[in-house]
Write a new protein. Structure first.
Lengths: 105, 313
C-alpha cells in the first residue's frame, strides 16, 4: 500500500450545500472517493491510499487536471484505491464533486 | 411525501429500470427506501475501517462493506443493513459484522420496527477469520433475540456474491427471505464442495448445476425462500412491503412445525440426486424448462407448487 497526499489552492468554492458524499467501491480496478466539505473555500486536499505502488507521478497529473477543471474549493477528498486506471479515477473524482454539489433536501 | 409527487414518480421509474444484481449496496438502499429517507449510522465519514486488512497490505473501505441505518418504506419506519458484494466479496470481518450486530440489537430494543438485510456475501473474510466467525455467531444470537422480542428480520438476496458461508447461516435465521434468480443461497460454495469432495460430487464449473442447486428458483421451490422476484429494485421493494406487513409469531410451535417440514422434506426428497428430481416429485411437469422460465411464469408455477410458508426455514 502507498499513501499520497496533495494540497491545492483553488479559484472557487465547490457549489451546493451537502456536507458529505461518497462514490465508488474498493475493488480490483475501482476506487471509492469520500468527499467532505471541511476546508477553507480556497483549499482542496486529497488523501490517497492505493494498492498500486509507484504511480505517484500519474496521480499528481490526474489530480492537477481535476483541480483545474472542477475548482473543488473547500473539499477534502479521501480515496481508497484498488488499483483503478487513471480514466476511472478521473470519472470518480468528477462524480464525487457532482454529488456534493447537490443541495440537501 | 405523496406517492404521486414528481420526485416519487421519478424514483419509481428508476426502481423499475435498476437491476438489483448490478446495483451497488448504496444504490440498493437508496432506491429500496422512500426518497431521501435513508439515515446512515456509522457512515463512511466516521471511518470505522477494518483493523486487520492493513496487516495484509490490503486496501480498506470506509464503511468496511456494511451499510447500516434507518429509513422509511411506504411511510413506515424500518431498519436496513446492506453488504457491498464487490468489496472483499461482501465478506464478514470484525467491523462489518459488528455493525450488523449493533443494528440487530437496536431492532431488538425497538421490537416493532422490521429490519431488512440486503445480503451479498461469500461468507467470512479469511484475513480476519476468527473475528469474522465470532461476528457470525454474535449476529445469529442478536437476530434470534430481535425475533423473540417481536421484530421481523427479512433477508433480500440477489447480488453478485450470492449469500454463502456464514451469510447462509444468518439467512436461515431470518423471518422471511426474498430471492431473485441471480441470488444463490448456500453455506459451502461450489468451489469449496468441489475442493473437498471432488468434481464428481460437484462440478463448480457447471454453472447450470450450480444455479439449479443453489439458485433462487430452487430455493423458492423447496421452501427455503418465501418469495421469488424479478431482478429489479422495484420487485424487491414490492416484496419487502408485502413481507413487512405480514406479522407472524416466533415461538415453539413455529419451530416445531418447521422441524416437521424439514423431516418430511428429507423423507420425501432425500434420495434425489439432482434438483430436477425434486421438482418433478413436487409436481413440476417439465423440470428441464424451469431454468429458462421467465420470472412471471415461474412465480405462478411456484405459487401453485408451494404456498409461502411460516416464519422459519
Amino acid at each position: 500500500m502507498e499513501t499520497l497526499h496533495f494540497h491545492h489552492k483553488v479559484k472557487h468554492r465547490a457549489a451546493g450545500t451537502k456536507a458529505m458524499a461518497i462514490v465508488g467501491v474498493v475493488a480490483s480496478g475501482n476506487l471509492e472517493v469520500l468527499v467532505e466539505r471541511i476546508l477553507p473555500n480556497s483549499d482542496c486536499e486529497l488523501d490517497i491510499k492505493t494498492a498500486a505502488e509507484g504511480f505517484g507521478a500519474v496521480w499528481q497529473l490526474v489530480v492537477a487536471d481535476f483541480v483545474e477543471l472542477r475548482s473543488p474549493g473547500g473539499l477534502k477528498l479521501s480515496i481508497n484505491d484498488g488499483g483503478a486506471r487513471p480514466d476511472t479515477v478521473a470519472i470518480r473524482l468528477a462524480q464525487a464533486v457532482r454529488l456534493i454539489e447537490d443541495v440537501d433536501p | 411525501m405523496s406517492a404521486r409527487s414528481p420526485v416519487e414518480r421519478g424514483a419509481g421509474q428508476q426502481r423499475k429500470a435498476a437491476s438489483w444484481y448490478e446495483a451497488s449496496a448504496r444504490e440498493r438502499v437508496r432506491l429500496l427506501l422512500d426518497v431521501h429517507s435513508f439515515q446512515e449510522l456509522l457512515g463512511p465519514e466516521e471511518r470505522q475501517i477494518s483493523p486487520h486488512l492493513h496487516i495484509f497490505n490490503l486496501p480498506e473501505q470506509f464503511d468496511d462493506g456494511m451499510i447500516v441505518g434507518k429509513g422509511l418504506l411506504v411511510g413506515r419506519k424500518v431498519f436496513i443493513a446492506a453488504q457491498e458484494g464487490r468489496f472483499m466479496g461482501g465478506a464478514f470481518g470484525e467491523v462489518h459484522g459488528a455493525k450488523l450486530t449493533g443494528m440487530l440489537r437496536a431492532v431488538r430494543d425497538a421490537a416493532s420496527i422490521p429490519l431488512f438485510i440486503l445480503f451479498d456475501t461469500g461468507g467470512v473474510r479469511l484475513q480476519e477469520a476468527n473475528a469474522g466467525e465470532l461476528a457470525i455467531a454474535e449476529i445469529m444470537r442478536a437476530l434470534m433475540e430481535a425475533r423473540i422480542a417481536g421484530a421481523r428480520v427479512i433477508g433480500l438476496i440477489g447480488g453478485r456474491a450470492g449469500c454463502y458461508g456464514g451469510g447462509g447461516l444468518i439467512a436461515g435465521c431470518c423471518s422471511a427471505l426474498v430471492v431473485s434468480e441471480q441470488g444463490r443461497i448456500s453455506v459451502s460454495g461450489p468451489e469449496v464442495i468441489e475442493t473437498n469432495l471432488g468434481a464428481e460430487e460437484f462440478d463448480s464449473k457447471d454453472r447450470a448445476l450450480v444455479w439449479r442447486t443453489m439458485g433462487g428458483k430452487h430455493r423458492r421451490l423447496i421452501g427455503g425462500a418465501d418469495m421469488f422476484v424479478d431482478d429489479t429494485i422495484e420487485s424487491f421493494r414490492i416484496a419487502a412491503v408485502k413481507l413487512m406487513r405480514s406479522p407472524r409469531a416466533f415461538d415453539a410451535d413455529v419451530l416445531k412445525s418447521e422441524q416437521s417440514r424439514l423431516r418430511q422434506r428429507l423423507d420425501q426428497f432425500g434420495s434425489c440426486a439432482d434438483a430436477r428430481d425434486i421438482w418433478r416429485m413436487e409436481g413440476v411437469e417439465d423440470p428441464n424448462a424451469v431454468p429458462e422460465m421467465a420470472p412471471d411464469a415461474f412465480i405462478a408455477l411456484a405459487d401453485k407448487i408451494r404456498e409461502p410458508c411460516h416464519d422459519a426455514r
